[in-house]
Design a protein around this ligand. Structure first.
Ligand code: NAG
Ligand code: NAG
Ligand code: NAG
Length: 536
């Protein structure tokens, strides 16, 4: 079925190329509540076309993806696309700062283009605390035919969505946060929507690709397969130096592809996922089943790493393969990011605390408060008083935490450095919509200008979500080549919900459709944008 679909898509692709147009793929999604039992107890899940997790989006570089999302929930709803860049088109990003919520009983058609991208990503519901109920699924962007991929075609391509999970209903979780409290520790870990019993069937001697995304709410997870090695080949759209690991840390919001060769005697093996850096250790297993298996699961479940140093060393070993192709035939390394002068340094530090007796989280002391109108629409219609550019400082100030609709201004085509400073003792995971960035350095302690001497200015990995270890820093470089209003957020979902996020407004004074697409004709209009017209 999948290969038939693939052949069809290649066929469509060829026809379309002849016509000089990129192919279109259409999806019609019905979002509903439904009963799910991932940890053995009944709970309310968010289903897409009856499925939990939601259907996979399978695409090829530059495909146009048209998704008509029908909201049958009793709540407003939005989907966002983690790692898909929405080039020139932040209107499609599906977060509250860019797009009006789809009201209950209504629909909205997203128009995405997988422009100049390859790799493994996922989508998720961005509003309320819907992510704790499902509504997420995998996104695969394959290389165009004739563009070389730096490894032989695998015998199969498995999606592995992992994440921590609560048995508590998502409305209740949201109410706990709204009432100013912290969430309890999660109840378990799901692998493809199941607390146990997921299974992957393989043929002995063959090599398979596993695309692993952490779609959970807060915990960093470690992934491993009993008796098998993981060869890393791709991270969020970048083909990596192919290093072999016995296990892999996947921080919340991140995606990785590994190749696994089925080189063991034919039996069943444990597929194990467990929490890292957490007070309690949660582990879930699935089965790697050899088709000619002669034996059941046996032996101890393989254990994960235990030190932060192990993780830091692994993170630093993940690098770009400079001679491999990316979405285009030229090697990915031809853009020498290490030779470009930095025009600005931004330092971001998170903090936790209470505002008016309620638990909040902040970036540089500002705890994000949504406005009554999506910021992107306020910008487009020039509606004043919704947000102020510059409402979050470029560096930590030490000020007491306060609420604001924080928007940072930045110039189109600037080349900037961001240092994430983690003064807390948890692992952080930061994501930037609209972009990939180079993870040039990370280390323990405080960042200083001299820390730049240890940056990797040659083959750092380019990705969209990076971890920052406890009491440590991570530095990234970004070429701001995508105009729009882009969400910068922690992927630790309760913290995101309670303010650890802001928007980066990448602005060009030249209003040209070459730099940014016009507002979509079907854009939903809400708040102070209600009743405006999207046609010039
Ligand atoms: C809602 O769906 C209908 C078709 O079912 C479509 O014609 C319409 O454009 C959609 N609305 C939006 C806002 O995308
Ligand atoms: C990098 O990619 C090239 C080109 O596909 C490939 O031949 C080579 O094996 C890769 N090198 C590593 C270290 O992964
Ligand atoms: C970068 O800055 C240095 C020193 O200010 C300057 O000499 C050099 O020409 C600049 N390089 C580029 C590519 O702009």
């Amino acid at each position: 079925m999948k290969s038939a679909l693939f052949c069809l898509s290649v066929f469509v692709y060829v026809i379309a190329t002849v016509n000089g147009e990129n192919p279109y793929r259409f999806f019609d999604w019905k979002v509903t509540y439904g009963d799910i039992y991932p940890l053995g107890v009944k709970q309310q899940g968010i289903l897409i076309n009856g499925q939990f997790p939601g259907p996979e989006i399978y695409s090829v570089t530059n495909d146009n993806i048209i998704i008509n999302v029908h909201n049958h929930l009793s709540d407003p709803f939005l989907i966002s696309w983690n790692g898909v860049q929405q080039r020139r088109n932040s209107y499609q990003d599906g977060v509250y700062g860019t797009t009006c919520p789809i009201p209950p009983g209504k629909n909205f058609t997203y128009t995405l283009q997988m422009k100049d991208q390859i790799g493994s990503f996922y989508y998720f519901p961005s509003l309320a605390f819907h992510k704790a109920a499902g509504g997420f699924g995998a996104i695969k962007i394959l290389s165009r035919p004739l563009i070389p991929v730096p490894f032989p075609q695998p015998a199969g391509d498995f999606t592995v969505l992992i994440g921590d999970w609560y048995k508590i209903n998502h409305h209740k979780l949201k109410a706990i946060l709204d009432n100013g409290h912290r969430l309890p520790f999660p109840d378990g870990i799901l692998i493809n929507g199941r607390g146990s019993g997921a299974s992957f069937t393989v043929d002995q001697g063959k090599t398979y690709r596993f695309r692993i995304s952490n779609v959970g709410l807060q915990n960093s997870l470690n992934f491993r397969i009993q008796g098998h090695k993981l060869k890393l080949v791709e991270v969020e759209g970048t083909h990596t130096v192919q290093t072999t690991y016995s296990s892999l840390d996947v921080h919340v919001g991140q995606s990785y592809s590994v190749l696994v060769t089925m080189d063991q005697p034919a039996r069943d093996f444990y597929f194990a996922v467990s929490t890292r850096f957490s007070s309690k250790l949660l582990t879930s297993t699935a089965t790697l089943h050899y088709r000619n298996s002669a034996g059941k699961l046996s032996g101890p479940i393989p254990g994960g790493p235990t030190t932060i140093d192990w993780s830091l060393n692994q993170a630093r070993s993940i690098r770009t393969n400079l001679t491999a192709s990316g979405p285009r035939p030229n090697p990915q390394g031809s853009y020498h990011y290490g030779m470009i002068n930095i025009s600005r340094t931004i330092r971001l530090a998170s903090s936790h605390g209470q505002v008016e007796g309620k638990q909040r989280y902040a970036v540089n002391s500002v705890s994000f408060k949504p406005a009554d109108t999506p910021l992107k629409l306020a910008d487009y219609f020039k509606i004043g008083g919704v947000f102020r550019v510059g409402s979050i400082p470029d560096s930590p100030t030490g000020r007491k935490m306060y609420l604001d609709t924080s928007v940072m201004g930045a110039d189109f085509r600037a080349f900037i450095e961001i240092v994430f400073e983690n003064r807390e003792n948890i692992v952080q995971s930061w994501h930037l919509d609209g972009y990939n960035f180079w993870v040039v350095g990370m280390d323990g302690g405080s960042w200083k200008p001299a820390s730049r001497n240890q940056y990797n200015l040659r083959d750092a990995v380019s990705r969209s979500t990076t971890q920052v270890y406890p009491k440590s820093w991570t530095a990234i470089y970004i070429a701001l080549d995508n105009v729009g209003m882009w969400n910068v957020r922690t992927e630790y979902w309760a913290r995101q919900y309670l303010g650890q996020q802001f928007y980066l407004r990448v602005y060009s004074p030249v209003e040209s459709t070459r730099d940014e697409y016009p507002i979509p004709k079907n854009a939903l209009l809400c708040g102070r944008a209600r009743g405006r017209t999207t046609r010039p």
